[in-house]
Design a protein around this ligand. Sequence first.
Ligand code: FES
Length: 97
Amino acid sequence: MTTIYLQSPEGEPLGAYEPERDESVMDCLQRRGVSIKGSCFGSGDCGECALLVLSGGDKLPKPALRERRTLEKLKAPPTARLSCYIAADEDMVVARI
Ligand code: FES
């Protein structure tokens, strides 16, 4: 079973969550009651769902154009991803930005 481990920006563990098959990281966290904003509902425009992927993102596809543009607008660090655009295929550690 794949697990998403969420940390605070300071590295404090906030929880561990098991996603459904092909479920986005954002949907998984929201389903379990974690507050992840996403006013565009996963269209990739708002950037509010961005998280840092600290480990376990090796199998993720590279960000598509829309995700890249949104992350650039946010001036997000290189390890940031839109959680509405990624699903965990292996254990993953993510942190709030
Ligand atoms: S929910 Fe808006 S970019 Fe992910």
